[in-house]
Design a protein around this ligand. Structure first.
Ligand code: WTA
Length: 635
């Protein structure tokens, strides 16, 4: 383990070194891991193809670094602490040794079921320790995991399974979620019924024990496949650039794409960023409230903490069950030292009132983290004052599924902090702001498009099955740069503030969604001719979903129609993509070349009518008035 940055000066030096000698800098970090064979060369890259390789010809297995490596030094310390949905149900703990054996048993079970190196295994599971065990077992045998958030619909699950030809799905019978039980196995059954020809096995973890339908020949119980398996399994020796996982994420166009991360670089960056950002110290209890279905859960619940030998908590429940004090009750119960959550949760809890926080002793908290969307000043202040009592610095961490790990953040207690600013690039990260033509905006006090000019170890390598899509999405916009899709500002002292997406991606409660994806879902309704979806400011969710819809006849019962539309979107994508507001319109504002003028639709949705700009060049300027009028009463 290398030194953790402790002062602003050390941060500056580390960053400088990482820019002047990136290969030397990252080799030093990588040296601290277990390799079967060291790399021949640290880095080869170009952003044109793109082609990025770290630790070339290095051989390793990430689970040996997350588990085996810790057995002598901390085998009996807790690796995963699990807090169930029901506050009165039993907490589960796995020491590093116990986790090691469970992962090894599962690795053997996967092999027994025909899974081998390079095969894809899909996970559709609640937040239970078995999810982490399964993911690590997959990595142990060199297979590739694709975790799908268990809030996506059967259709969305089937699409993801088929895009990467998964051989197996691992799921649970039901998922506890607040007061509800969600039939996740049934959703898997529905997905398979839609046609997933590559799936040979479904492993079912018994979670609630409620009845489920059983497909003989396909389904097997988790506890049965584990039974009798040896509790050690040799780790498959992998190349540093072999795939580790696929994670689907939304973009401006088309279906979600499978972002691919590879083993060596991801491992080094996940561990390095975890230790530095959270300033984790031995004996601390760290809690990230994300779901493993998103990148935050991959890197900062499972891989980063376990690689660093930390005690990481997994929480099965939701922030408001049984009441709005749940997060703080859990922090007190487990004496949480680092707490990492999303602005949408902060805003939702803030709206419930301070009394839900005040009853709990939060003095153990040393670091507060924020992720997933811009944090507004009010939420930042509340987090700082009411939760942190001004004693716990906030790490506002900016990053993406594609970046694999945090790229821009305050380092709590190390660098200074400024509300709503993510602040500084981590060592190894070289941000650059450009204007729309791609010219670099030099100096400070500038605002532009956020790009990266040099690779960091956990940058995505490709999008599954479609490298051209990776190139055109991220590397073709500005020659030689990785384009993030975000706009940002650099203040007088070089701190970055992320403003938000500049493309057709919206961020609803920290969930990334493509407007085209939601439109495609809406268009599945038989009476919809065309639709346009935009985001609008929402005080809890950050952004809400506003849908403008053209129908093939006059809709008489608007409420019924809206209900049907929401049901269609829930069916196609999942409840997280349901439009908050729906407005039936007779036309959409279009340019003379037939492109929808989203800028106008965004302004109308935000009730920002003073700066609509010139609408006279539109093909159908008359439609704008009608849309403005109708926007007063969307459903
Ligand atoms: C947004 C989540 C402002 C941003 C880790 C980015 C943020 C997208 C922040 C990626 C932050 C994430 N401040 N915006 N601290 N963190 N974002 O792939 O727009 O789910 O491009 O990764 O979330 O979302 P993703």
């Amino acid at each position: 383990m290398t030194h953790v940055i402790k002062t602003f000066d050390e941060y500056r030096q580390a960053w400088k070194k990482s820019v002047e000698d990136p290969e030397g800098f990252w080799a030093e970090q990588a040296e601290t891991f277990q390799w079967h064979k060291k790399w021949d060369k640290v880095l080869e890259w170009n952003f044109q193809d793109p082609d990025v390789k770290w630790f070339i010809n290095g051989k390793l297995n990430i689970t040996e670094n997350a588990l085996d490596r810790h057995l002598d030094t901390r085998g009996d310390k807790v690796a995963i602490l699990w807090e169930p949905n029901d506050p009165n149900a039993m907490v589960r703990e796995y020491t590093y040794r116990e986790l090691y054996h469970e992962v090894n048993k599962m690795a053997n079970a996967l092999k027994a079921k025909g899974i081998g190196k390079g095969d894809r295994v899909c996970f559709y599971m609640p937040m239970v320790p078995e999810l982490a065990i399964g993911v690590l077992a997959t990595a142990r045998i060199g297979a590739i995991h694709s975790v799908v958030f268990a809030g996506f619909s059967a259709q969305a699950l089937a699409d993801r399974i088929n895009d990467s030809d998964c051989k197996m799905v691992i799921t649970s019978d039901y998922n506890h979620r607040g007061a509800k039980n969600i039939p996740v196995k049934k959703i898997v059954d529905d997905a398979l019924e839609m046609g997933c020809p590559t799936i040979k096995t479904v492993i079912v973890h018994k979670n609630t024990g409620d009845d489920i339908a059983w497909n003989e020949g396909l389904d097997v119980w988790w506890h049965e496949v584990m039974e009798g398996q040896p509790d050690t399994c040799p780790a498959e020796v992998m190349d540093a650039e072999d795939p580790l996982f696929i994670l689907y994420t939304s973009g401006s166009t088309g279906k979600p794409k499978g972002v691919l991360h590879t083993i060596g670089g991801y491992m080094v960056y996940a561990e390095y960023s975890f230790r530095n950002v959270f300033q984790y110290e031995d004996g601390d209890t760290y809690w990230c409230t994300a779901d493993v279905g998103w990148i935050t859960g991959h890197t900062y619940i499972i891989y980063g903490p376990l690689l660093a030998g930390a005690k990481t908590m997994m929480f099965e429940g939701v922030p408001t069950y049984p009441d709005a004090g749940r997060f703080w009750q859990v922090c007190e119960k487990h004496q949480v030292n680092q707490f990492y959550t999303a602005p949408t949760a902060i805003r939702a809890l803030m709206a419930q009132g301070d009394e839900w926080v005040e009853g709990y002793d939060l003095s153990s908290i040393k670091v507060l983290g924020s992720v997933g969307e811009p944090i507004n000043e009010e939420a930042w202040n509340w987090y700082n004052e009411v939760v942190g009592k001004k004693n716990a610095p906030i790490a506002d961490t900016w990053w993406q599924t594609e970046t694999g790990g945090i790229l821009i953040t305050t380092l709590p207690g190390v660098t200074d902090q400024k509300p709503t600013y993510a602040c500084y690039p981590l060592p190894g990260v070289q941000p650059i702001l450009v204007d729309a033509e791609g010219n670099e905006l030099e100096g400070n006090n500038v605002e532009g498009l956020l790009c990266m000019k040099f690779p960091w170890p956990s940058i995505l390598r490709t999008t599954w099955g479609d490298h051209e899509r990776c190139r055109s999405t991220y590397f073709s916009m500005y020659d030689g740069l990785y384009f993030t899709g975000d706009g940002a500002k650099r203040d007088a002292d070089g701190r970055y503030r992320i403003i938000g997406r500049v493309d057709d991606v919206i961020n609803v409660s920290g969930h990334r969604m493509g407007t085209a994806e939601v439109e495609n879902a809406i268009n599945e309704h038989e009476n919809v001719i065309e639709s346009a979806v935009v985001g609008y400011p929402h005080n809890i969710k950050g952004q809400g979903i506003y849908a403008y819809v053209i129908t093939d006849h006059n809709v008489s019962d608007l409420d019924k129609f809206a209900k049907e539309l929401r049901a269609v979107v829930t069916r196609e994508i999942g409840p997280i993509a349901k439009p908050d507001r729906i407005q039936v319109v007779s036309g959409l504002p279009k340019t003379r070349s037939g492109k929808i003028m989203r800028r106008i639709l965004r302004k109308v949705a935000a009730h920002d009518l003073d700066s609509l700009g010139d609408t006279s060049t539109l093909l159908n300027p008359e439609v704008v008035e009608e849309i403005i009028e109708g926007s007063e009463k969307p459903v």
